[in-house]
Ligand binder design. Structure first.
Ligand SMILES: O=C([C@H](O)CO)[C@H](O)[C@H](O)COP(=O)(O)O
Length: 215
């Protein structure tokens, strides 16, 4: 089994704290996600800073674009993003716009299935349109209401589409094995790392668990 990538969600609003956290966990993660509140607050400057500091990690900018796909995503790819996200609920015109922007920068697109009523249909259409990643995602508010991404992950993974499947939504040490076995290609972890007493130690544990589960 190919080893899934670990994506660290940087969800603070504080520029310097975000860079410092990224420094701590860098040895253990493959992708830095600049989370939606963080990118709205800090903008392109943070993409440029992380791009310059971390040539060995991919950078995902969690734009969650809803309209004007190509126009909105283009400057973030130009600043160094490897992946930008677009909402599945935005529809194929907007998704196609972000795909155009990604193509122009030799980069990738993730369609976020958050709050999409028919996730299977959206995942199929996104793959056909040329997205490289679909994200099964239980957002922070839905997590607070008790929801999890596990059932949807299995449904999307079982489709066997020609896309990588990302999973986000409260993933922690005790659920890593479950999401690896369900077929996740990218495992997103936010609070379980940044909320830990030692984020570096938590990231190291997650790395070990992912690598062990993927053997
Ligand atoms: O994408 C996220 C959320 O919608 C805020 O933008 C989180 O980064 C993502 O859910 C991962 O964080 P955890 O759920 O805390 O692992």
């Amino acid at each position: 089994m190919a080893k899934p990538l670990i994506q660290m969600a940087l969800d603070s609003l504080d520029f310097d704290a975000t860079v410092a956290l990224a420094d701590q966990v860098a040895p253990y993660v493959d992708i830095f996600e600049i989370g939606t509140p963080c990118i709205k607050y800090n903008g392109l400057k943070l993409v440029e800073e992380l791009r310059a500091r971390f040539p060995n990690q991919l950078i995902l900018v969690d734009l969650k674009t809803m309209d004007a796909g190509e126009y909105e995503a283009t400057p973030f790819y130009a600043a160094g993003a490897d992946i930008c996200t677009v909402l599945g609920v935005s529809g194929l015109a907007t998704i196609g716009g972000v795909i155009n922007a990604a193509k122009a920068h030799n980069a990738e697109v993730q369609v976020d299935l958050i709050n999409v009523p028919n996730k299977v249909e959206c995942a199929r259409a996104s793959a056909e349109a040329g997205a490289q990643i679909v994200g099964v995602h239980t957002g922070l508010d839905a997590q607070a209401a008790g929801q999890t991404p596990f059932g949807d992950l299995q449904d999307i993974s079982d489709l066997g589409l020609d896309v990588r499947v990302s999973v986000a939504g409260g993933i922690k040490q005790s659920t890593v094995q479950q999401v690896v076995e369900a077929g996740a290609d990218i495992i997103v972890v936010g609070a379980a790392i940044y909320g830990a007493p030692s984020p570096a130690e938590a990231a190291r544990e997650i790395r070990e668990l992912v690598d062990a589960a993927a053997v």
